[in-house]
Ligand binder design. Structure first.
Ligand code: 2IT
Length: 447
C-alpha cells in the first residue's frame, strides 16, 4: 500500500472531513513499511477495511430548555472496529462535534484500546449540544433525550460508552438513569465512568490524568530523567487536566500554567491542592473560563487573556484539552523557552507539523493514543468489576493502571526503536496498535 494513494481515495470519498483524514494519515504513514512486509494483510485489504467505521448511527435529539423553547441537536454513535472486543469509547458533547470529529476519535480509539492489553474494540459518539452556560436541569433533559435514541445501539457486551469532552460523572448518571428506564436492563456494565456507589470504578475519574503521568515517568526514565521539580504547563481544566495536575504535583513536579479558551493562568509557585480541587468547580460550572482560577486565587494565579499555556516557559508541556490545540508556532515557542518534552494527553492534541518540529528538534514527544490510554483502560477495569459484581479498592485499580501504562510504554519502545537507537513513540504506538487489530481482523475472515 501507498499512503498517498489511499489518502487521495479517502479524501475524494469523504470531502471536508479534515480531522478524520488527519488521523488516518498519521497512522498510515507510521505503519506503511511494516504493512508492506505482510502480503497477507494486503491480500485481505486490511487497510481499506480498517479506515472505515463498521457503522454510524445518526439521530435527532429534541429537548426543551429552561425558557420553554424547543431545541434540536444532532447525535451520533460511530462503531468503528470490533476486531478485538465490543465497541468501547466515550461520548463528546461540544458545539463543534461533526461526523468527521467522531470518526477521527473512533479511529484513534481502536488503536488506543488495542494498546491497553484489554479486549475492547473502538467507538465514539456524542452530539453538537453545547453544555456551556446550560443549567443542571437542561443537562439532565438533554442527556435523557440523547439516551432515548442511543439505548438501542448499546449494551454491556456490544457497545459501552463513557465520558469525553463535555461528558463527566454527572452526565453519565443522567444517561444511565434513562437507559435503565428504557431498556429495563440493570447491568451497570453498559456505561463506564459511573458513580462509585453504583458500579463506577474507584479512580476512573482520575485515571486518564494519572495514567498520563505514569507514562511520562516511564518516558523520562527511559531517557535518564525524572519529574522531580520539573515545570509543567498544561491546557484545560476538565477531568483529564485535573487528574494530570493532581498526579504531577504528587510526583514532585510543579504545574506552573493552566489554560482555557479565554486565556492562561500562570501559577509561578505551582498549583496547590486547593486550586486543583477548584478545577472541578470550574468544570461543573459550565462557564468554560480559566480566568475564574485567578479571580478565586488572586495572589497565586495571574490571568492573561487570549494566550495559550504554551507561551509560559516550562520543561514539560501537557496538552489536555482538544484536538489540534498545539500548532507549529506553539511548538517553536515552547522550544525557544526551554521546553524539552511534550506528552500529548488530549486526543490528537498536536498538529502534524508541531509533532514533526518536536521530533526534528530533539524534543521528547509521545502521542495521545499511548499517553491517555489509562482512561479507557480503567473503563475496561470498570467493566471487569461490573461483570464480576465486585469492586476493587484504590490500590488494586492503581496497581493495574500502573502495569498497563508500563506495558504501553514497552510496546512503544519495542515497535518504535529506530536504527540509530532513538525511539519514535508515534510510530511505536501506531504500529503496536495496528498489528494487533490487523492480525485479529485477518484471523476473523472477510467480514
Ligand atoms: O478518549 C478516550 O479514551 C475517552 N474519552 C475514554 C473512553 C472510555 O471508554 O473510557
Amino acid at each position: 500500500m501507498k499512503t498517498a494513494t489511499i489518502m487521495q481515495q479517502l479524501a475524494a470519498k469523504h470531502p471536508g472531513e479534515a480531522e478524520y483524514l488527519e488521523a488516518v494519515q498519521e497512522v498510515l504513514e507510521s505503519v506503511e513499511d511494516v504493512y508492506n512486509q505482510h502480503p497477507e494483510f494486503e491480500k485481505a485489504r486490511i487497510i481499506e477495511r480498517m479506515v472505515e467505521p463498521d457503522r454510524i448511527f445518526t439521530f435527532r435529539i429534541t429537548w426543551v430548555n429552561d425558557q420553554g423553547e424547543v431545541c434540536t441537536n444532532l447525535g451520533y454513535r460511530v462503531q468503528f472496529n470490533s476486531a478485538i472486543g465490543p465497541y468501547k469509547g466515550g461520548l463528546r458533547f461540544h458545539k463543534a462535534v461533526t461526523p468527521s470529529m467522531l470518526k477521527f476519535l473512533g479511529f484513534e480509539q481502536t488503536f488506543k484500546n488495542a494498546l491497553t492489553t484489554l479486549p475492547m474494540g473502538g467507538a465514539k459518539g456524542g452530539s453538537d449540544f453545547d453544555p456551556v452556560g446550560k443549567s443542571d436541569a437542561e443537562i439532565m433533559r438533554f442527556c435523557q433525550a440523547f439516551m432515548q435514541e442511543l439505548w438501542q445501539c448499546i449494551g454491556p457486551d456490544q457497545d459501552i460508552p463513557a465520558g469525553d469532552v463535555g461528558v463527566g460523572g454527572r452526565e453519565i448518571g443522567y444517561l444511565y438513569g434513562m437507559y435503565k428506564k428504557l431498556a429495563r436492563q440493570y447491568n451497570t456494565g453498559v456505561l463506564t465512568g459511573k458513580g462509585s456507589t453504583w458500579g463506577g470504578s474507584i479512580l476512573r475519574p482520575e485515571a486518564t490524568g494519572y495514567g498520563a503521568l505514569y507514562f511520562t515517568e516511564h518516558l523520562l526514565a527511559q531517557h535518564h530523567k525524572d519529574l522531580q521539580g520539573k515545570r509543567i504547563a498544561l491546557s484545560g481544566f476538565g477531568n483529564v487536566a485535573w487528574g494530570a495536575a493532581k498526579k504531577a504535583t504528587e510526583l514532585g513536579a510543579k504545574v506552573i500554567a493552566i489554560s482555557g479558551p479565554d486565556g492562561v493562568c500562570e501559577i509561578p509557585d505551582g498549583i496547590t491542592q486547593e486550586m486543583i480541587d477548584y478545577m472541578l468547580v470550574m468544570r461543573s460550572s459550565n462557564r468554560n473560563r480559566v480566568e475564574d482560577m485567578a479571580t478565586r486565587f488572586p495572589e497565586k494565579a495571574k490571568f492573561t487573556a487570549g494566550q495559550k499555556a504554551w507561551t509560559v516557559p516550562c520543561d514539560i508541556a501537557l496538552p489536555c484539552a482538544f484536538q489540534n490545540e498545539l500548532a507549529l508556532e506553539d511548538a517553536q515557542q515552547l522550544h525557544s523557552n526551554g521546553c524539552w518534552c511534550c506528552c500529548e494527553v488530549s486526543n490528537m492534541g498536536c498538529q502534524p507539523d508541531a509533532i514533526r518540529y518536536f521530533q526534528q528538534n530533539g524534543i521528547l514527544f509521545a502521542p495521545g493514543k499511548a499517553v491517555n490510554a489509562g482512561g479507557v483502560a480503567t473503563s475496561g477495569l470498570e467493566m471487569t468489576q461490573n461483570a464480576e459484581h465486585i469492586s476493587w479498592d484504590a490500590e488494586e485499580v492503581d496497581r493495574r493502571l500502573h502495569s498497563i501504562m508500563q506495558s504501553i510504554h514497552e510496546q512503544c519502545v519495542r515497535f518504535g526503536k529506530q536504527q540509530d537507537g532513538h525511539i519514535d513513540y508515534v510510530k511505536g504506538a501506531n504500529i503496536a496498535g495496528f498489528m494487533k487489530v490487523a492480525q485479529a481482523m485477518l484471523e476473523q475472515g472477510t467480514i
